[in-house]
Design a protein around this ligand. Sequence first.
Ligand code: NAP
Length: 244
Amino acid sequence: MQSNDKKIALVTGANKGIGFEISRQLGKQEITVLIGARDESKGGEAAEKLQAEGLDVESIKLDITDISSIATAAKKIEERFGKLDILVNNAGILLDGGVNPSNLDLNVLKKTFETNLFGAFAVLQAMLPLIRNSHAGRIVNMSSTLGSLTDTLDPNSHYFGYKGLAYQASKAALNEITVQFAKELADTPIKVNSACPGWVQTDMGSGDAPGTVEEGADTPVWLATLPEDGPTGGFFNSRKPVPW
Ligand SMILES: NC(=O)c1ccc[n+]([C@@H]2O[C@H](COP(=O)([O-])OP(=O)(O)OC[C@H]3O[C@@H](n4cnc5c(N)ncnc54)[C@H](OP(=O)(O)O)[C@@H]3O)[C@@H](O)[C@H]2O)c1
């Protein structure tokens, strides 16, 4: 097992997009980063890119919808490091942008929840014993303002007219995971928060998005590296609390 001094981070869905940039920004803070990727070759390529930048990064196979993949990843991290300091539950899918609720296919709703909610929950639960071994565990759930009930009910919000029940409900439910785990872990050093990256240029966000991945990664990286007196059980965008 490696020395316990260096912080170890796991970022799910980190082979591209915001997760990749989160990995880069954490790596620049002298943190060992495990790039979670369901496709081993894509994970390996992503890790090589960041290694070429001099960062301490490696890939780990992790399909968050596959319980055995999650268990294998947790076992590997335990054997190798004995702890996990940072978990960024970043992997996510958006399958129903623009779809009216009355036209939403039940299978799309189920598939979305399998990844965005059940997958995030299963990874968090499996990694928690390792996070408890950290002196300052930090858990970040990648949510979205599209999952804010306040925003979706506010006619003045940019997101008022957005249609994507499956995605939006999955992120609203993910926020409840944040609240429930934060409450359970309130007496521990572990902090659990939700982050919205803003609307960001990625395969999911499209080229029309105003934000860069660098901007999108900023708030989750801040939450992943909060000091001891930082918040827990909150929902943040641009490092500021936002309504649930
Ligand atoms: N982009 C935005 O504007 C925006 C706004 C708000 C919130 N978010 C959230 O931010 C997070 C990252 O989004 P992004 O824009 O970077 O999306 P992206 O470019 O589409 O990347 C999504 C990542 O998740 C991975 N993934 C999907 N299903 C997975 C599974 N079952 N197991 C493991 N990995 C899986 C993908 O892997 P593959 O390459 O193998 O598909 C990919 O690495 C998501 O949770 C998203 O909901 C994004």
